[in-house]
Design a protein around this ligand. Structure first.
Ligand SMILES: [Cu+2]
Length: 486
């Protein structure tokens, strides 16, 4: 493979990076087109199919809710094949994808606190995959550890206990070295947990509760998704639930939106061109109180729940959710509707923080000599335990991004439990980041302190940067929760 041209890896110029493993490009068979460039001149595959898609030309699809194949006394059974499929991202252009049930955005699983979910996943791809429930409190055997994969043709059953509070989670592939390409090609979907406390609030529900997966893509002239981890900043087409700059017809009333950044590399900074964003939730659940925000920033893997009240907008108005890159979704107010929803002044209280007994330091850095991404100078090794934590204890992790020289953004994602952001460079979090988190932005040169209580399950989990092109190039490490010995 000839990759002698200067590459950018995670937005970073890297000369002579021929040693880069081609990440997942060797496996994902549905639409492999990376690796055929680098000779200069025009590569037809990399020519963007429709650089100028007319904004607000297509409707925002809402992923279907997956129906259980069996409803038991205290658990629901779902079946979900992973397979190749085709979708229409650009109007009139067929795009091969990999998807849960073959869908570019997988079906939404709606779970209930206290009712377990059994998820039977059949791998219909020609290479390994697996499923990680991102943000889920799940035993290690069901967490989708990177080395715990589903062989081609095999079926695997994941058991999710759903013991945690109502939250907007998501599920995605986490197969080692494949996760970036797999997620990019479509192996992502929502997993929403509800509970009594949330439902008692009376927030907008049903058709007025809309999950929106935001991400980007580079679409080739033949309609294929071009995956090139060495050119991660060149994914100009921003998608909402798999469509470029769609519209959603709304009534002049209150809506709840669950926003997820499913990108590999893009950071969203979301605003409304009119009206007010009210943030009500973070990664792991609802905030103690709604907070009016001028912007919602989401790094890859993060979620935010917002309420937008269109009641003040005349019929005929278009309210645009926009990113610094341009429009993301246009909400077209097309009529009025009765609104029996509420937005209470108080939502779900946050418990007091217990006292931490252990502090750890993690340094995230790019190593130009190895062309690798590291944590504390080391790349991921599945046989090594990097942090041994005693079940039930509370720890503070100080996570520093050392990549000021190359100005590389990272974020930090911890499996097993939700944490709380204590501060970033000593500054307490804004209200919109002060709730339960499992993924947090760590900008270049900054240090975040997060606090977690590791109670419940023993065994091995990973923690990593959730820019998947960084984690699959080493920026991942292993946590083992152990019971205290006498
Ligand atoms: Cu990173």
């Amino acid at each position: 493979m000839d990759r002698r041209r200067a590459l950018t890896l995670g937005g970073l110029a890297v000369g002579g990076a021929a040693i880069l493993p081609s990440a997942g490009a060797a496996g994902a068979g549905a639409a492999r087109h990376s690796g055929h460039h680098g000779h200069g001149g025009t590569d037809p595959v990399r020519t963007v199919a429709a650089a100028t898609v007319e904004p607000f030309g297509v409707a925002l699809p809402v992923p279907p809710v997956l129906r259980p194949v069996y409803v038991g006394g205290d658990a629901d059974l779902y079946q979900l094949p992973v397979r190749a499929g085709t979708t229409e991202i650009l109007p009139g252009v067929a795009t091969p994808v990999l998807g849960f049930d073959g869908r570019f955005v997988g079906p939404t699983i709606r779970a209930r606190r206290g009712r377990a979910v059994a998820l039977q996943v059949t791998n219909q791809l020609g290479h390994p995959t697996n499923v990680h429930l991102h943000g889920g409190f799940v035993p290690p055997a069901h967490d989708g550890h990177p080395m715990d994969v589903i062989a081609p043709g095999a079926t695997r059953s994941y058991a999710y206990p759903n013991l945690q509070q109502a939250a907007t989670l998501w599920y995605h592939d986490h197969a080692h070295h494949m996760e970036a390409e797999h997620i990019y090609r479509g192996l992502h979907g929502f997993y929403l947990i509800s509970d009594d406390a949330e439902q008692a609030l009376g927030l907008p529900s049903g058709q007025y509760d809309v999950p929106i997966l935001l991400r980007d893509a580079l679409i080739g002239a033949d309609g294929s998704l071009v995956f090139d981890p060495a050119d991660a900043d060149n994914r100009p087409t921003v998608l909402a639930n798999g469509k470029p700059q769609p519209y959603l017809r709304v009534a002049a009333r209150r809506y709840r939106f669950r926003l997820l950044n499913g990108s590999l590399h893009r950071i969203f900074r979301l605003r409304l061109d009119r009206g007010q964003l009210i943030q009500i939730g973070t990664d792991g659940g609802l905030l103690p109180a709604p907070v009016a925000v001028s912007e919602v920033k989401l790094t890859p893997g993060e979620r935010a729940e917002v309420v937008i009240d269109f009641a003040g907008q005349p019929v005929g108005t278009r309210v645009v959710l926009e990113d610094t890159s341009g429009p993301v979704v246009g909400f077209d107010v097309v009529g009025t509707a009765t609104d029996d929803s509420r937005l209470p002044d108080r939502l779900i209280p946050l418990p007091a923080l217990p006292t931490a007994t252990v502090t750890r330091d993690l340094a995230l850095s790019f190593d130009p000599a190895k062309v690798a991404f590291t944590i504390n100078g080391q790349t991921y090794d599945a046989t090594r335990v990097d942090a041994r934590v005693v079940n039930g204890t509370t720890e503070i992790w100080r996570v520093t991004n050392l990549d000021t020289r190359f100005n590389i953004d990272h974020d930090f994602h911890l499996h097993m439990i939700q944490f709380r952001l204590l501060d970033r460079d000593g500054v307490p979090p804004a209200p919109g980041e002060a709730g339960w988190k499992d993924t947090v932005h760590v900008p270049p040169g900054s240090t975040v302190r997060v606090q977690a209580t590791f109670s419940g399950f023993t065994g091995r989990y990973v923690y990593h940067c959730h820019f998947p092109e960084h984690s699959s190039f080493g920026m991942m490490a292993q946590l083992e929760v152990v019971n205290r010995t006498a």
